[in-house]
Design a protein around this ligand. Sequence first.
Ligand code: P6P
Length: 338
Amino acid sequence: MNINRNILTLDEFTIQQLRDFPAATGELSSLLRDLGLASKRVNVEVNKAGLVDILGDFGTTNVQGEEVKKLDVYANNQFMGALKHGISCAGIGSEELDDIVIFDDPVSNNSKYVCLFDPLDGSSNIDVNVSIGTIFSVYRRVSELGKPCTKEDFLQPGNKQVAAGYVIYGSSTMFVYATKRGVNGFTLDPQIGEFCLSHPDIKCPAKGKIYSVNHGNFFQYEQGVKEYITACQKKTKADGGPYTQRYIGSMVSDVHRNLIKGGIFTYPGTTDKPKGKLRLLYECNPFAFIIEKAGGKATNGKQRILDIQPTELHQRTPFFIGSSSMMDELETYLAANK
Ligand code: P6P
C-alpha cells in the first residue's frame, strides 16, 4: 500500500524518533507534543490580538519589573497547564513567575523532566504587530524520582539540556526544536492545525553577512564589542561583505533569521547593565543549545554559554550567538581588548 506521508507532523516526527530509538520511553516526545499543543493555543490568541481586548497592560508588573501584557499571562498559563496535565514534566520555571512551580502530584513526581520557558518573548512588540516567540528548555531531573522536583533540577548548566526550542509567531508560525540528534523546524498548517516538518536538519551557515545589535547602546559597550561592530560596518566584498545590520528587537525573530541565513546576534553587557538584559536559563541556554546543534556558537564574551553554572532562576548574561566564523572573528576583537 503506497501511503503518501512525506510530510510528517510534529507528533508523527517525535513518534518516529521513538521507532529509531526503541530504548526511549516516549516521555520526551510526549513533552514536546504538549509544548506543541500549547503553542497552537497561544498562536490563536496572538493572531487575533488586535481584534479582541487582549491587548493592553494587565495592570501588573512581572518579576522583571516590566509591564505585563495580557498575552504574556495567557501564554504562561497555556504552557504551564499543558505541561502539568501531561505525563512528562515534574515542574516548570517561567520568566513570568518569581519562583519555580513544583507540580507535586503522583504522576508529575514520577516524570523525568523539568521545563523552563519564556512564554512570550518580545511581548513589548505585541501592540505593534512585530513577530514574537516562545522559548523553552528541557532538563532531565537530578532530584529523586517519585518525589517533588527541586530548584537544583532547574539550576543545571545548559550543556545538560536534553532538548530546547522556540516557537516564532510570525508571517507563519514555526516550532523549532533541537535534541542531541539535531535541529528540526515545523511550520503550522492552519488547515489541519498541525505543525508539519518544513525545515529538516537545520544547519547554521558557518559564514553570514547579517549582524544584529542595538546600536543605541553602542557607546556603552566594551571596546572589543565596539571594534567588532565597526569592523562589521567596514566589510567589503573583498572580505566577505558588505554586511547588513538587522535588529528586530525580538530575539526569537533575530536569532531564527540568523540561524537560517547565517549571521550574528549580540546583546552585550553595557555600562548601565554589565550583565546585559537577556536571561540565561530560558532565553540564552535554549538558543545556545540549538545553535551549537546547528553548527554555530554562543558565548557570554568570555565562555561558552552552555558551560555557565547558573546560581539564580532569572540571572542575566551578556549574549553573543551565531555563525561560527563570525563568532570566531568577534572573539579575536574581545581577546585583543581584555
Ligand atoms: P532592546 C525583547 O524585550 C527582548 O527580551 C528580546 O527579545 C530582544 O532581543 C531584546 O529584548 C531587545 O532589547 O534593549 O534592544 O530593546
